[in-house]
Ligand binder design. Structure first.
Ligand code: CTP
Ligand code: MG
Length: 224
C-alpha cells in the first residue's frame, strides 16, 4: 500500500512557533510517532511525507530511524494542495493510496491495515467515530439554527483510502470548480462517489491545540 502523510502545515492553533509535528511527545517528535505506527502496519510498503521545504531537515532529523525509508515531497499552501502534490509524486504503478495526517500520531497500526484491507472492496474508505456530543449548526450572529440528528453524525479521521486514479480525478475537478475542502473524502461526496465509513477509535485524535498534547501523553505508549 502506498502512503501519503500531509505534514506541511504551520500549526497555527498549536501556537508553538513551528510546525507542530516537531513538538516533543514523551521523548520523540509527533512525526516520529506517526511514522512509527505507519511503518508498523504490515500493509505499508511505500511512504511519502509531504512537508514545507524549510522543515525538511528538521522533520527528517526528528525521525532519523525512518528518514532513509520515506520519500520527501514538497507541500503547498493548503492541505488540499499538499495532498495533490503527493498524488502527483506517487510512483506510476500506485493503484491505491492511504492518506494519513501527520498530526494523527496515535493511529493504531491495526486500524491502518483495516483501512487498507477494506479498500479491496470499496473505492474509498475513511476512519471515523460516532459523535457523542449534541452538535449545533449556528448562524453568523451566534444563534442556533438547528440540531442535526446525532444518529447520522460521524467525526471524520484519517487514514482515508482511495483508488489513486479516482482521487487524482477528484482533485483535478476540485481545481476546475474551485472547491475548497479540509479532507479528501469531501471531494468524493461532492461528486456523489461512495465513501465507506470504518469505525475507528476515539484515541486517534488530531493533535491541534495544546490540550491535545496532554491527552496524547496518555495514549502514546499504549495506542488503542
Ligand atoms: N497540512 C499540510 N499542508 C498544509 C496544511 C496542513 O500538509 N498546507 C497537514 C498538517 O501538517 C497536518 C494535516 O495537514 O498534518 C492536518 O492539518 P491541521 O491539523 O490543520 O494542521 P496545521 O495546518 O499545521 O494546523 P493549523 O490549521 O492550526 O495551522
Ligand atoms: Mg490547518
Amino acid at each position: 500500500m502506498h502512503f501519503l502523510i500531509p505534514a506541511a502545515g504551520s500549526g497555527t492553533r498549536m501556537k508553538a512557533g513551528k510546525n507542530k509535528l516537531l513538538i516533543d511527545l514523551e521523548g520523540e517528535s509527533l512525526i516520529y510517532w506517526t511514522l512509527k505506527s505507519v511503518f508498523s502496519a504490515s500493509s505499508t510498503n511505500w511512504v511519502g511525507i509531504i512537508g514545507q521545504p524549510k522543515d525538511k531537515n528538521l522533520l527528517l532529523n526528528s525521525a532519523k530511524e525512518f528518514a532513509q525509508k520515506v520519500h520527501w515531497i514538497n507541500g503547498g499552501d493548503t492541505r488540499q494542495q499538499s495532498v495533490l502534490n503527493g498524488l502527483i509524486a506517487l510512483p506510476k504503478d500506485a493503484k491505491k493510496v492511504l492518506i494519513h495526517d501527520g498530526a494523527r500520531c496515535l493511529i493504531n497500526p491495526e486500524l491502518i491495515d483495516l483501512c487498507a484491507n477494506q479498500l479491496d472492496e470499496n473505492e474509498a474508505v475513511i476512519l471515523a467515530t460516532k459523535v457523542t456530543d449534541t452538535i449545533k449548526i449556528v448562524d453568523n450572529e451566534g444563534f442556533i439554527k438547528e440540531t442535526p440528528d446525532r444518529n447520522y453524525l460521524w467525526a471524520a479521521q484519517t487514514p482515508q483510502g482511495f483508488l489513486v486514479d479516482r482521487l487524482k480525478k477528484a482533485h483535478k475537478m476540485a481545481i476546475d470548480k474551485n472547491w475548497k475542502v479540509t479532507d479528501d473524502a469531501s471531494l468524493f461526496e461532492m461528486l456523489n462517489w461512495k465513501v465507506k465509513i470504518i469505525e475507528g477509535t476515539y484515541s486517534n485524535i488530531k493533535i491541534t491545540s495544546p490540550i491535545d498534547l496532554k491527552i496524547a501523553k496518555l495514549f502514546v505508549k499504549n495506542p488503542s
